[in-house]
Design a protein around this ligand. Structure first.
Ligand code: NAG
Ligand code: NAG
Length: 183
């Protein structure tokens, strides 16, 4: 009898383990036609004011030169711009450009996600802003490096966590804010 119970418990646990398999959230920018006429949301699918953020277009630069071109082009057109990250984990409406409705531009950091360089003599690494924290930690770990503090969710991007002041939970050294470890 006890053995049956244990077997049932074990199979129940197996089902639970299958059910909790994770997958990343869906895209936060959705467009009507290719990369134009889009809506922007956050990782939760709703901003606190419940409004829908509409933008004229989204761009996905993959190099610094492309990013410079995109920003200068939109500046010349006096278009409002905001950066949006791959999963857009912030609840506030940080990624919605202001200005006339539907005329703004969002610049995604999704393709700016590379590890740029490493200097083992100073234990410093350089990354592009759109790299996810998971990929950053993996790249650092591959060199035997680690960060003393970090937010708990590894889907945040480097640019997002620095610009929102993300932090760890304890205090030593320079404190728990990740930007304290940036050069
Ligand atoms: C944008 O898409 C909406 C549907 O979501 C449509 O009603 C509207 O006409 C489109 N605007 C342009 C400029 O294509
Ligand atoms: C960068 O993003 C692409 C998709 O946009 C993905 O295939 C690739 O694995 C990402 N690289 C890293 C280091 O996260």
């Amino acid at each position: 009898m006890a053995a049956t119970h244990i077997a049932l418990f074990a199979s129940g646990l197996a089902v639970l383990l299958l059910l909790v398999q994770g997958s990343p959230p869906g895209p936060v920018v959705q467009c009507q036609s290719r990369n134009t006429n889009c809506t922007v949301t956050n990782g939760y699918g709703a901003f606190p004011d419940r409004s829908t953020c509409r933008v004229a277009a989204v761009v996905y630069p993959s190099t610094e030169q492309e990013l410079l071109f995109v920003v200068s082009d939109a500046t010349a057109k006096q278009q409002h711009m905001k950066a949006v990250t791959v999963y857009s984990h912030s609840i506030p409406k940080l990624s919605c450009p202001g200005g006339p409705s539907c005329q703004g531009l969002v610049i995604s950091t999704q393709r700016l996600n590379r590890s740029v360089s490493v200097d083992m003599t100073t234990s410093r690494m350089t990354f592009e802003a759109g790299i996810t924290f998971r990929a950053l930690l993996d790249a650092a770990a591959a060199r035997g490096l680690a960060l003393p503090h970090s937010p708990y969710w590894q889907g945040v991007t480097l640019g997002g966590l620095l610009s929102t002041g993300s932090h760890g939970s304890s205090l030593f050294g320079k404190g728990s804010a990740v930007h304290k470890y940036m050069w």
